[in-house]
Design a protein around this ligand. Sequence first.
Ligand SMILES: [Zn+2]
Length: 141
Amino acid sequence: MCHRQDEDGKHLLFSCKYAKSVWRYLQLEGHRATLVNLPDAKAVSEYILSCSVDVQVWLTTTLWVIWSVRNATNAGDPVKQHEHTCASIQRYVLDFASMSEPVQRQNDVSHTRALRWTRPSEGVLNINVDGAFCEELKTGG
Ligand SMILES: [Zn+2]
């Protein structure tokens, strides 16, 4: 993000000036300050899972969007202003919240359809990741 040669996940997500601005803007600085001091990704995951579901959504969405912005920047896109990144995070969280509420069909309240996220089974950690592969160059990322 800031073109450090030795950028790692901890720097990108928690220590980078850009990331700090995002966490602060979203009033998640307390969580960032805790997360930056955890020893590894497992501890980060355990911390997130110890939070309320609402906070889990904010934290995971913030991590995912910072990661996405970094990938876009590495692909040549201009660095987004942190306010723009925060607006994306807020929009995703609101979209997620709206999907968690029952949706009623117009003129037919008897057919209430719930579009709900469901928690994975006990002992299962569900992680969604993305990646790309270029068959010609046999490379990915
Ligand atoms: Zn940085």
